[in-house]
Design a protein around this ligand. Sequence first.
Ligand code: GDP
Length: 200
Amino acid sequence: MGNHLTEMAPSTPFLPHFQALHVVVIGLDSAGKTSLLYRLKFKEFVQSVPTKGFNTEKIRVPLGGSRGTTFQVWDVGGQEKLRPLWRSYTRRTDGLVFVVDAAEAERLEEAKVELHRISRASDNQGVPVLVLANKQDQPGALSAGEVEKRLAVRELAAATLTHVQGCSAVDGAGLQPGLERLYEMILKRKKAARGSKKRR
Ligand code: GDP
């Protein structure tokens, strides 16, 4: 585990004051959150059962040449009764990864409501959002573009940087470019925040 993220962002400019990145992985139950985490951690597909309760995973990686930078990933179960917990887990996060099952079109409306709810929560305003349109290996899975439309991603607050990426936890396709974009969006937001502090 670990080197994956180092490999993916060698040319991204490093912000020296970064100590830890906190990224929350979130989505409806069975979207594939746990499988994607396992794929990141073990670089292989691990058969899992849908997340009951919640689990958290920490992926510690040196990023952009810095030693000891921590990329922290949380996985929170998406089951109905647990959704109120989402807010407490997404507080002070640098980035949100919202996972959907792109092969289950019927649940995208439900996913849309949750995505908009979580992104609009006061603590999360402006936090970059990476939507992973997972299960692209399944026949009939909706494309990233279609998922973007159905989730109305462009209707999230104008200040929120977003990217929708098709991926599959089975073969790992799309995961690296998606996380790369998230990392870029996080850096962009941090830089903008630093710039506005200086101007004050
Ligand atoms: P979670 O509840 O969001 O954590 O979902 P899981 O990771 O437990 O996945 C739910 C089910 O979908 C499991 O049976 C996984 O094996 C399966 N799954 C997850 N990702 C993929 C994928 O990319 N492709 C396919 N075909 N199945 C997947």
